[in-house]
Design a protein around this ligand. Structure first.
Ligand code: GLU
Length: 283
């Protein structure tokens, strides 16, 4: 078996809940079983919402769960200039455009997003605006059609090993355009680099061979693969796992404090109880 390097990449904007814990335990167990490495990456590019207290609380919960990490904690915030340099590379290649549309503008132009689709599909109102026209409040979007054209006829393939969609997936331009569209790579005003960009580049920079994460992110994988290909970077194998849902079948969200690991700990649960609850074998 080749080298196996995976990571857990929480955003320190809230407590670690059952769904995150499942993701972390699964990635940890696989790395250990493969004799590989398990890295911890704090996705803290949202400087407003990320808090050192949340980071400390997440690390304490991971520790309590018995998960061990290899190497120091990697933080994204000090790398913001690097991400911006990559954005400039995309801009120089003519693949970005500034966008001034509000959420309301976009909502008015498209139907409501489905569960798991983080950003409503953008109708392309600002596409074609030159970068020289960028105003301080503008977001930057990827011109996905152009990015796909840039890759040429031989579109990339990525491997998925998760239960839902296992197999090799060739990027399908029509599907990418209808399901993802011109995503935002840098958010309005505050220079917040979008998670897909920072995360994809960090996977490459950290030598991640296997990305293990929730299936809600599956639809965004093609765009990350496209970004990696545009920069000639290696593409990891992806494994999108099932989501841990609450009793009503709804997926857990950051604000579901009722399912925060800290709450289970306070109530006297053991790490093995947490494992049993999400259907993982004891270690
Ligand atoms: N930071 C993302 C989250 O907390 C995870 C990104 C990933 O695993 O690729 O949802």
């Amino acid at each position: 078996m080749g080298e196996f390097v995976t990571r857990f990449a929480p955003s320190p904007t809230g407590p670690l809940h059952l769904g995150h814990a499942y993701s972390a335990m699964l990635a940890h167990d696989r790395a250990r079983a493969a004799g590989g490495r398990f890295l911890l990456r704090m996705e803290d590019t949202d400087l407003q919402r990320s808090k050192p207290e949340w980071e400390a609380a997440i690390i304490a919960d991971l520790d309590w769960l018995g998960l061990t990490f290899d190497g120091p904690v990697h933080r994204q915030s000090p790398k913001i200039p690097d991400y911006n340099r990559r954005l400039e590379g995309l801009a120089d290649a003519g693949l970005l455009y500034p966008c001034s549309c509000s959420r309301g503008d976009i909502r008015a132009a498209v139907s409501a997003p489905q569960e798991g689709v983080v950003h409503p599909h953008y109708p392309g109102t600002c596409r074609g605006r030159p970068m020289s026209d960028r105003q301080p409040g503008d977001a930057l979007r990827l011109d996905l059609g152009r990015a796909l054209a840039r890759l040429g006829p031989d579109l990339p393939v990525f491997a998925e090993t998760g239960p839902g969609q296992a197999g090799d997936h060739r990027i399908d331009p029509d599907q990418a355009i209808t399901r993802i569209g011109d995503i935002v790579l840098s958010r309005k005003g505050e220079d917040i680099v979008a998670y897909f960009l920072a995360s994809a580049f960090d996977d490459a920079d950290q030598g991640i061979t296997h990305v293990i994460r929730g299936e809600d992110l599956f639809d965004f994988t093609p765009v990350q693969v496209i970004l990696l290909h545009l920069f000639g970077l290696p593409v990891p194998v992806y494994h999108h796992h099932r989501l841990i849902r609450d009793e009503a079948g709804k997926r857990l969200a950051k604000r579901d404090d009722a399912r925060a690991i800290a709450k289970f700990r306070d109530e006297g649960a053991s790490p093995q109880d947490i494992r049993a609850r999400v259907g993982l074998l004891p270690v």
